[in-house]
Design a binder for this molecule. Structure first.
Ligand code: HEC
Length: 150
């Protein structure tokens, strides 16, 4: 009985070490804050989203239209978070053009956050889009976001 417990504890510690290790070596994770005012912790996406890559990285034009229809209310017309609605939220809607943010996260993180909304990170501000946008539309929006990095 005691042995089993010890084994379980050892396994947990190993898993925790592995997860922490992944967080350090991957682009996302580690709670990367992208500016001094930025309180958002960005963990690695869960397994069902991890390592997804964009099948349509050149679809920025299509993505721009979708962004105008679904995202500007909060992220603003320039995607920089400059909108009264977005600023009123806690935390406020992110500046998606920010090179520091974009360099800190991989596409799998962006997909996860857009599909699940703020609840991916434990926030309420952003609505999930997995029932509003199709998978390829989410990728088009991500292509657009990647094209406006500043
Ligand atoms: C109702 C307001 C609202 C709408 C609409 C909205 N967002 Fe957001 N978004 C937020 C807020 C608030 C945050 C910051 C808090 C959080 O991470 O959930 C955020 C964060 C994000 C992030 C994570 C950025 C980071 O700092 O890690 C991405 C990516 C994102 N939004 C993309 C989109 C896209 C693409 C759309 C349209 C399909 C969209 N959002 C629509 C409010 C919104």
């Amino acid at each position: 009985m005691k042995r089993k417990l010890l084994l379980a504890v050892t396994m947990c510690a190993t898993v925790a070490a592995l997860v922490a290790g992944c967080g350090d070596s991957g682009k996302t994770g580690g709670g990367n804050s992208v500016s001094k005012d930025d309180k958002i912790r960005r963990p690695l996406p869960p397994p069902e989203y991890a390592d997804k890559t964009n099948p349509t990285p050149d679809a920025a034009e299509e993505g721009k239209k979708l962004f105008a229809n679904h995202c500007v209310t909060c992220h603003g017309p320039n995607a920089d978070g400059d909108s009264p609605t977005g600023k009123a939220l806690t935390p406020p809607a992110s500046n998606l053009t920010d090179a520091k943010l974009q360099d800190a996260v991989k596409d799998d993180y962006l997909y996860w956050h857009i599909a699940e909304g703020g609840k991916a990170l434990g926030y309420n501000g952003m609505t999930p889009f997995k029932d509003t946008l199709k998978e390829d539309q989410i990728w088009q929006v991500i292509a657009y976001i990647r094209s406006i990095k500043k």
